[in-house]
Design a protein around this ligand. Structure first.
Ligand code: HEM
Length: 411
């Protein structure tokens, strides 16, 4: 769909050829607190598109609450309670769980994974480069986050393809390439108590149940085993939802960040030359994640009336924080649509920075992006797109699904 600056953010088709950046740029300039009427299935909502307003709403988490759902979809109380994770809670409930999971994802802990990530990434790149033409998303971007998720969770490698397929079906619930139950094309009410209203949620719950009852083995050092050992840990439903959250959140987002980097490299040989100087490894991952911003928004619900730029957000209104737009706000970023590998500081909000829900897997994701690229760039002479990439059909998660490239190995 051509982006004339006025595309409807509710419509998944507005995103099917890539993020409608012209629409976001217009909203930031003309209508930074904009109202969308919704449709028969989805109640109206506000969109915050500027960096400053997203930061404000993220900071005021008592006014902009996560505890009535974080997706655009309307949920009644029963559905909310059945599906919520700690991401869908406010203080103090949120911090109680966050404190228990945080240590597993702290920067120094994640840094210990570096040798493993490098070993996996180099193997993947070597395998991909055995062919002169390949789909870089499938061969590189998808593989590394999937393998690492397996290690973090502690589940066996042979289960990973299946888990990723189910995670894709949850997150990509509006894209017919990922699910037969496309959320805006059919009645999914039978699955309203399941994560993302998806039948894959049932299968993931069953898998988690098998873990809890020891019908499936799980590695002792993985986060799932740790949580099952914790006497004050999550109850059964919370454990299942936490499992689904990690399968969904820990996978596609990093894939699409690596895919964005590969797409940029495949269309700009100069970026490859810059990376080969080894001057940008400390800063490039943030720049690729900024430009990708794969989790385009999360929702909050106003707990009181709130005036912002002359508009009144009413108590109970849904408010979307469009991280994908804030990360390209010209008030904060010089030439926001350019890829500047050395951009520093880089105050993007692709990880929801500035709020209590800031991404748990941020350090892991950045390390994976960096190492995947380091291992690729040192092995290639040329790396060029064969045709245009295809994009996810979703107003929630955005990314390159397919990127056919032609590559030559460095001599
Ligand atoms: C480039 C990759 C990633 C991006 C862009 C991303 C993006 C985000 C964003 C925007 C949030 C904020 C949610 C909110 O404000 O409500 C978030 C939260 C979260 N992310 Fe990530 N994420 C990525 C990778 C990961 C990974 C690898 C994991 C785990 C293995 C993960 C797990 C989580 C969890 C559990 C939360 C909820 C935290 C909370 O509510 O306290 N993410 N992520």
């Amino acid at each position: 769909m051509h982006d004339d600056g006025f595309l409807n953010l509710l419509d998944h088709d507005s995103f099917a050829s890539g993020v409608p950046h012209a629409t976001f740029a217009r909203l930031r300039k003309e209508d930074p607190v904009s109202w969308n009427d919704g449709d028969a299935d989805t109640k109206g909502f506000w969109s915050l598109t500027s960096h400053a307003d997203i930061a404000l709403a993220n900071k005021e988490s008592n006014i902009f609450s996560s505890a009535q759902g974080i997706r655009l979809e309307d949920q009644n109380r029963e559905e909310y309670l059945a599906r919520r994770t700690f991401q869908e809670t406010d203080q103090p409930e949120h911090s109680a769980v966050r404190r228990t999971v945080n240590p597993n994802f702290a920067k120094p802990v994640v840094a210990q994974f570096e040798p493993l990530i490098r070993e996996l990434a180099s193997g993947m790149v070597d395998k991909a480069l055995e062919a002169s033409e390949f789909d870089a998303v499938d061969a590189i971007a998808k593989q590394l986050p999937m393998m690492m998720l397996g290690r973090i969770l502690g589940v066996p490698d042979e289960d990973l393809d299946w888990l990723v397929e189910k995670g894709d079906a949850l997150i990509g619930n509006s894209d017919p390439d990922f699910t037969d139950h496309v959320i805006d094309k059919m009645d999914t009410s039978a699955y309203r108590m399941m994560p993302f209203r998806s039948p894959s949620g049932v299968e993931l719950y069953d898998y988690a149940q098998d873990l809890l009852t020891n019908r499936r083995a799980v590695a002792e050092e993985g986060i799932l085993a740790k949580m099952m050992r914790d006497e004050n840990g999550l109850n059964e439903l919370d454990f299942k939802n936490f499992f689904c959250l990690l399968v969904a959140a820990g996978n596609d987002t990093t894939r699409y960040s690596i895919a964005m980097a590969l797409n940029l490299l495949a269309n700009n040989p100069d970026l490859i030359a810059q990376l080969k100087t080894d001057r940008y490894w400390d800063t490039c991952a943030d720049e690729f994640v900024r430009l990708a911003s794969p989790t385009m928004h999360f929702r909050r619900t106003a707990t009181q009336d709130f005036d912002l730029h002359g508009k009144t957000i009413r108590e109970g209104d849904k408010v979307l924080l469009w991280f994908v737009s804030g990360s390209r706000d010209e008030a904060v970023f010089e030439n926001p649509n350019d890829c500047q590998l050395g951009r520093s500081p880089n105050r993007h909000v692709a990880f929801g920075q500035g709020g209590i829900h800031v991404c748990l897997g941020m350090h892991l994701a950045k390390l994976e992006v960096r190492i995947a690229l380091e291992e690729l760039v040192k092995r290639i002479d040329t790396f060029a797109a064969i045709d245009a990439p295809t994009w996810t059909r979703s107003n929630f998660i955005c990314g390159v699904k397919k990127l056919r490239v032609r590559a030559t190995r460095a001599g």
